[in-house]
Design a protein around this ligand. Structure first.
Ligand code: FAD
Length: 472
């Protein structure tokens, strides 16, 4: 019989994705002892099957599309992408699915890594293999999410792709069906179509990217169609089979589509089904509700940070939460009870509520922060939205011939500050942080006139938005 070893730490972090890594970093920097438990690769979904590989696949696609918008350059980039080189570029960014670099980093900050599946066995206690880790101050659950597959008979035998296969595939399927209309579906449809697949996109709802302003999904759908993707909205999958290697999809409209692979990008579920939540009175498989310091409701030692709390399923937002959770754990460990948790405080993830930025790396890019017009109205704000056609901006024209894009600013009429901003167009991803600063900083519109954008950049869209607000 193996003997159980018990090791005491100040903090035990369950899951070494970007979020767990940052909780470890902040608690170590505050002088606490920290253990990190990881069952797969240090770096998590983001590094190996999500953000990094998807953006490594998409960057050449977008650069090629940009180049093709420029006279003089267009002729030089007429050929197809070198798919093998793009996949190799992706492999480089995932370190060939090896985590030595990130393990070295954890070691460098002085956190102890315990490999294996971790489970709570009661308050402040985590079992991993034959070890019991106890936490004097906090356990932080940072176990992220997994892809959800629909409940279709025989689906397992089809061998469907989830985001994992879509970001790690070693070759380009000739025909790919993508099911879903959100960020993963649109990004992966963009990437694989450009890499040589013939993509059919099946979207149950009326349009794409339905959590953004409606024009975002409309412009992205138009561009996907122009790129050759067969976009079918209002369509759901009735059945999927694989016959002789060929995937056969039948839709609710009775259409039959053949493909080599099928990707389901149909949502995420928390990885909390087998982490011992029942031992601390919580429901296995549930999202973990938290307060603004990321502490799980009803527990003074348990934190849930990143995707697993369902506040905002984005790496940057999870890392933001991790900085706050780390600071809150350290402050409480040193006996502070009155944490700095106001709207500007270091111990409250206030930006999660109404200032979350997101960039969708399609062509055109769609970037948004804060509330859409519909969300702002639903929240009871008295608002005015102003729209600008991005082609009216000199910098946009210079960026690419025939530039198409649109921007919207949602203004709170109570105090004339911004509640949300959306940009759609080539190259706009880099613009969104200006909007984030304006939204988070609650900069009055009158003051924004003094934030002068450089000429001739796409950022001059800010002037057009301010003029549209003044003149309407
Ligand atoms: C295709 C795709 C593309 C994306 N692109 C972007 C993007 O461009 N930008 C962006 O901001 N976000 C993006 N996201 C979202 C982003 O991946 C997540 O928000 C982010 O990974 C969340 O980080 P996390 O640390 O909370 O969880 P994860 O990254 O999922 O890490 C959780 C870790 O916990 C480990 N774990 C789970 N259970 C246990 C256990 N019981 N014991 C031990 N270890 C365990 C897992 O193995 C994993 O390593 C994308 C998502 C997908 C699917």
């Amino acid at each position: 019989m193996t003997e159980t070893e018990t090791i005491a730490y100040d903090v035990v972090v369950l899951g070494a994705g970007p979020v767990g890594e940052n909780v470890a970093d902040r608690t170590r920097a505050a002088g606490l002892t920290t253990a990190v438990v990881e069952s797969e690769l240090v770096g998590g979904e983001c590094s190996y099957w999500a953000c990094m590989p998807s953006k490594a696949l998409l960057r050449p696609v977008i650069a090629q599309a940009d180049a093709r918008r420029l006279p003089g350059l267009r002729q030089a980039v007429q050929g197809p992408l070198d798919a093998a080189a793009v996949l190799a570029h992706r492999d480089y960014y995932t370190s060939d699915w090896k985590d030595d670099g990130q393990v070295g980093w954890l070691d460098g900050i002085g956190a102890d890594l315990h490999r294996g599946h971790g489970r709570l066995t009661g308050p402040r206690t985590v079992a991993v293999g034959d070890k019991i880790l106890t936490a004097r101050h906090a356990v932080a659950v940072c176990t992220g999410t997994r892809a959800v597959l629909p409940d279709l008979p025989g689906l397992a035998e089809v061998g469907p792709w989830t985001s994992r296969e879509a970001t790690s595939a070693r070759s380009v399927p000739g025909r790919l069906v993508v099911v879903g209309g959100g960020v993963v579906a649109t990004e992966m449809a963009t990437a694989w179509q450009a890499l040589g697949s013939r993509v059919t996109l099946l979207v149950r709802g009326k349009g794409l990217l339905n959590r953004m302003e409606p024009f975002a999904g409309e412009l992205v759908a138009e561009a996907l169609t122009a790129a050759g993707v067969d976009v079918r909205t209002g369509t759901s999958v009735e059945s999927v089979t694989r016959d002789d290697g060929t995937v056969v999809v039948v839709t609710d409209a009775g259409d039959r589509i053949e493909a080599d692979e099928i990707l389901f990008a149909t949502g995420r579920a928390p990885r909390t089904d087998d982490i011992g939540l029942d031992t601390v009175g919580l429901e296995p498989g549930s999202w973990l509700p938290v307060d603004d310091s990321l502490r799980v409701t009803g527990h003074d030692w348990l934190y849930a940070v990143g995707d697993v709390n369902h506040r905002a399923l984005l790496t940057h937002q999870g890392k933001y939460q991790a900085r706050i959770a780390g600071a809150a754990i350290a402050a409480r460990a040193s006996g502070e009870t009155d944490l700095d948790s106001g709207p500007w405080g270091a111990h409250a993830a206030t930006a999660d509520h109404a200032a979350v930025p997101q960039v969708v790396f399609t062509d055109p890019e769609a970037a948004a922060v804060g509330l859409s017009l519909a969300e702002a109205e639903q929240a009871g704000h008295r608002v005015r939205a102003v729209d600008v056609d991005l082609s009216s901006v000199a910098g946009a024209g210079l960026y690419g011939e025939g530039y198409q894009g649109r921007a919207r600013m949602v203004v709170d009429l109570e105090n004339e500050t911004l509640l949300g901003v959306t940009f759609v167009g080539p190259g706009v991803g880099e613009l969104i942080h200006s909007a984030t600063v304006a939204v988070v900083g609650r900069v009055p519109v009158a003051r924004l006139w003094h934030a002068v954008p450089s000429y001739p950049t796409i950022s001059e869209v800010w002037l057009r938005l301010l003029e549209a607000f003044r003149d309407n």
